[in-house]
Design a protein around this ligand. Sequence first.
Ligand SMILES: Nc1ncnc2c1ncn2[C@@H]1O[C@H](COP(=O)(O)O)[C@@H](OP(=O)(O)O)[C@H]1O
Ligand SMILES: [Mg+2]
Ligand SMILES: [Mg+2]
Ligand SMILES: [Mg+2]
Length: 421
Amino acid sequence: MAARLGLTTVSSLGPRKALLPLPVRLPSLLSSHRHFYTSLSSPISPLQLVKNLSQSQVTMSASGSDPSPISTYEKELAAAKKAASLAARLCQSVQAEILQSDVQSKADKSPVTVADYGSQAIVSFVLDMELSSGPFSMVAEEDSEDLRKDSSKEILSRITDLVNDTLSTDPSFCNVILSEEGILSAIDKGTSEGGSSGRHWVLDPIDGTKGFLRGDQYAIALALLDEGKVVLGVLACPNLPLASIQHTTQNVGESGCLFSAIVGNGAWMQSLDEGSSPTKIQVTSTADPVDASFFESFEAAHSLHDLTSNIAKKLGVKAPPVRIDSQAKYGALARGDGAIYLRFPHKGYREKIWDHAAGYIVVTEAGGVVTDAAGNDLDFSKGRYLDLDTGIMATNKKLMPSLLVAVQESIKEQQQSASLL
Ligand SMILES: Nc1ncnc2c1ncn2[C@@H]1O[C@H](COP(=O)(O)O)[C@@H](OP(=O)(O)O)[C@H]1O
Ligand SMILES: [Mg+2]
Ligand SMILES: [Mg+2]
Ligand SMILES: [Mg+2]
């Protein structure tokens, strides 16, 4: 099985559109979006713009292999897929030519790139445009604080170009040009605290930034919370092979997967290519740990590899761990490439909801189970952080009881040996 999956071929974006000298004023019909624009590349009436947007919304039919029946969150799912796919397109163009100057360090020393910011701006903008009715709340990883500093002028200009270039590839947004202030305010729509009431989008614009920088796996992870529950999730994984990664150590064949799920409607996967159709996916049905293999973080700083290998040994797993970055692990698990995902961060680390919400619903709708180390369901209703016992594990329903025992025994042993030191 793949120990590390590499980079796929990526395409570059086309040339920037020239700006018209006179900004077009948008009437009150679009007032909530007005701050986004400096100008439009050709005159277009607001009504036409609204029509273009609604025509572009993809609706899923209940026929063939498509998900059925049409559910409550259908419109939101179409918007989420569109937003994540466009963000993936932006990320692919940056990963193709990643420059050291495009990388910044956040206050906590974690890396953030022009693609993290650009992806967040695109998703925020597209969701807001496609679902313009009602209040919009989003809990997202990035904010604009560092970008508003004088030292970030160049980087902000690059992000603005990237976002506009990417939007220009979509027929519904090809006449839209965002200003730098529009980019900053789109990013800052992600500052919600979430919680147990109302609807909140949850976004990780690039999950696995370290993998992204290495040219490995990453994901654009977008979910919707409704009254504190995850009801919809989309995971765009541009570098994940479409074929199973169970038996290969190489990144062979075509890559670019879009996973999606609506509560009660199963989990689905399709190619990130335009016009692809989703097919239903399911977790593996294996009940024998000897046949099982497990995923974990590539980064040892993100999960205790010693502890997870002890858990796997106790359970009877024979295969070595498959270490890949990001929530691509949840996607691969949901389609049965492996049987278990283990994540046991170092003491004191607090998990954030955007690192798990989309992966959680994709796996649970594929028939899997995701819990903390005590076997409790994950609670996404407590704000920006997950409030949980020790770690996170995901597997199928048959393996979960023995996995829980192995996890609890291993944790106890680890605590005992720590107390002897
Ligand atoms: N010390 C730590 N322990 C656990 N997770 C951590 C961590 N430091 C960062 N992370 C999280 O791990 C995520 C990546 O997970 P993975 O290891 O599965 O690729 C990061 O998401 P970002 O890349 O979005 O910042 C970040 O939120
Ligand atoms: Mg993340
Ligand atoms: Mg991230
Ligand atoms: Mg990060």
